[in-house]
Design a protein around this ligand. Sequence first.
Ligand code: ZN
Length: 315
Amino acid sequence: MLTVCVLAAACLMAGFSPAGLMADEPATADHFSGEQAFGYLKALCDLGPRPSGSVGMQKQRGMIVRHFEGLGATVSRQPFQIRDRRSGETVAMENLIVSFHPDRSDRVMLAAHYDTRPFPDRDPVNPSGIFIGANDGASGVALLMELGKFMGSLPGKIGVDFVLFDAEEYVVDRRDPYFLGSIHFARRYASKPPKHRYLCGVLLDMVGDENLLLPQEYHSISWPDTRPIVDGIWQAASEVGAREFVPRPGPTVDDDHVPLRTIGRIPTCDIIDFDYPHWHTTQDTPEHCSGKSLETVGRVMLHWLRGVSRGGSEP
Ligand SMILES: [Zn+2]
């Protein structure tokens, strides 16, 4: 993501109740496993840096597609190209759209970026060193890889798409644009509308911090169409006892949810722990992430999705 400023407005949630959340959520064996999710995070990081157009990205794409197809999902590729500003060469990009119950026309999008920043440019020692992107890159993907195991049995009428964006931060210097993948996706959705429609979207970014704390990203609570989504998710968090979801305003973060909403007209909120000391440094590694954090966010998302889908109405 791009810029941040902390706003201290005293903006508290209204008493929104998410559609259809039920008290009889079964405490079943189908428990979102933080251990499994963390295993995926490590496997992604073991591929090395995964910036757009790299060999690491290609390997990662193969791993992700195999994983989700193995879970019975339909994976669509959305290729696009950009011209590198420095070399003038074409770079091949690809968003991935992972669909569960593709026949369901009312859909919810969960999104994450899967590229990693080319360089750890905030690193005080080695800003042109190796950037692994364990939290900023792998965490959202790993969470979705575990969450995907529960989507085939999602009750109700809502279909779910996991959308993985390329080129969120194909950024080498300040002049480089962010969000190329989500902008491409949003333009396509707006100009050539598919048969389905997205009721809403949730972006997951930097959700693996070992010291997880999730206040509510400020765009997401300021926009009238995304505020109810935030309220519903934080309500779901309170129901599963996830105290890391704090119902108070957090930083304003420009992230992939901005083009999704402004260009694609898909109301999308951002779940992000921006208080991560290793952001854009060589230290953004699995050692500073935890399966427990992934499990916390995963359980909340699963509980929220089940409620929304059972309700069968706008979140
Ligand atoms: Zn980043």
